[in-house]
Design a protein around this ligand. Structure first.
Ligand code: SF4
Length: 415
């Protein structure tokens, strides 16, 4: 069975490097002026050129999002952007507006066109429409089942991409105005405030201003908050239905998320069609639980599951581990760690390195850049510590999140 591409988010240069380090086949990134992630890190001008070159030099494809819904006033800026992209030559642009598709096909035919999920492609006629307009790939609507995807595959030649992991909207994909109404920040221009996940109360229409609490737990209720999508256990079904590219959501998420998700999905994609060792899928799920999520669901891929609760009824994200730092260099078993968090001698740490999954190590002697023996260091500082074989430059270092009580630290309880 053909192995689909693994496509990762690159909200800024560091996330792009992290995604490539952990095995992405392709990355997507955007200039915030024209893409639906106004708050993701900005790639503008030279940065975008550097990012695309960085990916290309490593044989990784780079797709640039131009998926806003433009008004006439936006077109001049987009034409300027198009001229710049002609020089940068990404492998494709990701867009959702038919006018922009036509513009790019006419003026930059050398750049591929991928049609964004915001175009809400839910049937084979819509897929053929975009195929006939010259699209190389379509990102299918998140409301489709695996069976429906197979039906579209049978009638089209265009490449099919689906989201396999990350946040999902509680509303119909890409057609949401909650944030626009409540916060004057439109999801359709990339400025969603995640208003669907705010805490809501009930008001009876004749008792204005009297808010009736609705309790799911002692903090309130989160009626509109969806669990996150996770299809890591079902990639073979999607590949069998004819999907060409698996997309991970999350240009706004941190490097801890990018590294952890890409690593797990790399392994899962590589194992498509091969034998599965016992307990492998369970380990993937445990690894995915180590960083921020709202709990997981398979979304609409298998239709409405009678027993499944799609709704995440908790206030805060789940996360069992926190980022400690990044391995900036390694020499003879000693790693230079660029810290993103406080670290103390004796702390338990885990290295996000193939073969070291779920192994915890206590931090031994710790040196500062001048070679002085130190007991602790803070976010932003650099330390040198001994690391086990298998740790690579650019790997992430993490720590169980609830560790940190003074007595735990003093006892150095890590194994
Ligand atoms: S408010 Fe919620 S449902 Fe609407 S676009 Fe934002 S995340 Fe999606």
């Amino acid at each position: 069975m053909k192995k689909p591409e693994l496509l990762a988010p690159a909200g800024d240069f560091e996330k792009l490097k992290t995604a490539i380090h952990y095995g992405a086949d392709a990355v997507y990134l955007g200039d915030s002026r024209f893409s639906l992630r106004g708050k993701a890190g900005n790639f503008t001008g030279q940065e975008l050129r550097d990012a695309v070159s960085y990916a290309r030099e490593r044989g990784i494809k780079a797709y640039v999002t131009v998926n806003i819904f433009p008004h006439n006033r936006d077109l001049a800026g987009i034409e300027g952007h198009l001229e710049m992209l002609k020089e940068v030559r990404p492998d494709a642009v990701i867009l959702s507006d038919p006018g922009l598709c036509s513009l790019f096909r006419r003026k930059a035919p050398e750049i591929g066109v991928h049609v964004s999920t915001q175009a809400n492609i839910t049937n084979s006629e819509a897929a053929l429409f975009w195929q006939d307009l010259g699209a190389e790939r379509i990102v299918l609507s998140r409301e489709l089942s695996v069976e429906e995807i197979g039906g579209i595959r049978e009638k089209t030649k265009v490449e099919l991409e689906v989201f396999v992991h990350g946040s999902i909207c509680i509303s119909y994909s890409g057609r949401c105005y909650i944030s626009s109404f409540l916060a004057s920040r439109s999801a359709n221009t990339g400025e969603c405030t995640n208003s669907c996940r705010w805490n809501y109360a009930l008001m009876e229409e004749k008792r204005k201003g009297e808010y009736l609490p609705v309790y799911e737990d002692d903090r309130g209720t989160y009626l509109l908050s969806s669990k996150d999508l996770c299809m890591v256990e079902h990639l073979e079904e999607l590949a069998g239905a004819g999907v060409d590219s698996f997309k991970i959501e999350g240009r706004m998420k941190g490097i801890n998320y990018v590294a952890g998700v890409v690593k797990v999905y790399r392994e899962a994609v590589d194992s498509i069609g091969g034998p599965h060792g016992p307990g492998r899928k369970e380990r993937w799920l445990r690894e995915l639980a180590m960083f921020s999520s709202r709990g997981y669901t398979t979304g609409m891929f298998f239709g409405r599951q009678p027993d499944e609760d799609y709704h995440f009824g908790e206030e805060s994200y789940r996360m069992s581990h926190e980022l400690v730092g990044v391995v900036a260099g390694i020499d003879g078993g000693v790693a230079e760690i660029a810290l993103r968090n406080r670290l103390e001698r004796g702390d338990p740490v885990e290295f996000l390195s193939p073969g070291l999954e779920e192994k915890c190590f206590a931090v031994g002697p710790m040196l500062d850049p001048e070679g002085a023996d130190i007991l602790s260091a803070r976010n932003g500082e650099v330390v040198f510590i001994g690391v086990p074989p298998g740790v690579r430059k650019n790997d992430l270092v993490r720590r169980p999140k609830n560790f940190g009580e003074k007595e735990d630290r003093a006892a150095g309880t890590a194994k």
